[in-house]
Write a protein that binds this ligand. Sequence first.
Ligand code: SF4
Length: 363
Amino acid sequence: MRGADVPAKALDARALAALAANPGCRRRAILDGAGVDKAKLASALGAPSGFGQSQFALTRGNAFEAKVKADGGAELLRLAHTRLDPGAEPPEAAAVPDLTAQGPEGRTARTALALREATRAGGWTLLDHPMLALDVAGSLAFLEPDAVVVHPDGSWSVVEIKSFPMLDGSADPAKVGAAARQAAVYVLALEDVAARLDPAPRVRHRVLLVCPKDFSNLPAGSAVDVRKQRAVTARQLARLTRIEEIADALPEGTCFAPDRDAEELTAAVAAVPATYAPDCLSTCELAFHCRERARAAGAVTRLGRPLRAELGGLTTVEDVLAAARGELGDPDDPAVAALRRAAALRAEALQEARAREVAAVCR
Ligand code: SF4
């Protein structure tokens, strides 16, 4: 579906968190499930996304992560100890197992083995870039957290290393929220690994967020409670329509290869229903394309989910206006009744304004 020689774009936790944020969008589900590079697809459709980090930001982020993990992760483990588990013994002789293996499946198996061994051994263990797998709508997504820490009591914690600054102990709430949603996906994947062990180790719901302190390059740590994000993501991922079900409903030969011409790609993309919402602009590479289509179709989804929910069965602006004029809809429907009342109030207000204007002219 993504094209014969096109490599699959792996789903990462950020993409999964975004997918879970819009579980009703079949378009995103099938494109992500088929490993389509949505940024390339958006460019081929003539609506490139403004997504992605600059090379400078990537280099700076990598340098900061390397610093945090230097000396066998001594600083990172110190932060995990002080922020997440101050009652435990200090992490003086932590293990850092080698997680090298062939391919994502091999790395996932190696990670699961390392987690099991570390849990049995006791003490502190740092897993640097482990690989976890999560079943998403019937297909496996491989995820790579920055790190996972095994505590002396055998519990596991996710570590997120970000390059945005922590100023006076707190960071930009929007960025922390995005990091928490991402970490929640890792927590769910870790819980899958834990569930296969007997007894199942505890996966902590407080994750360690490590950011540069103020404007320096020194690491600062903060414990972030991701219980809410974990619950929401688990619920939304469970609601995702199975990918085979979406694929079965597509016309034979549907292909999203970015080397196809724009017209062909537009038809292929249009064959999969989408539920555009303004939030897509900050979470999905296809947002500009979908927004244009939603606008052209007069869809009310582009006005935001709360309004869309209030309008019930009225899905286009045209239908909404017709309902307000009394030409469409059941008058007992609360949305239709509210629209007619609003239209009547508007007409009354306009009439009064006009009458005032006429009176002023006559004087
Ligand atoms: S931008 Fe389009 S494909 Fe992406 S989530 Fe929104 S509606 Fe779905």
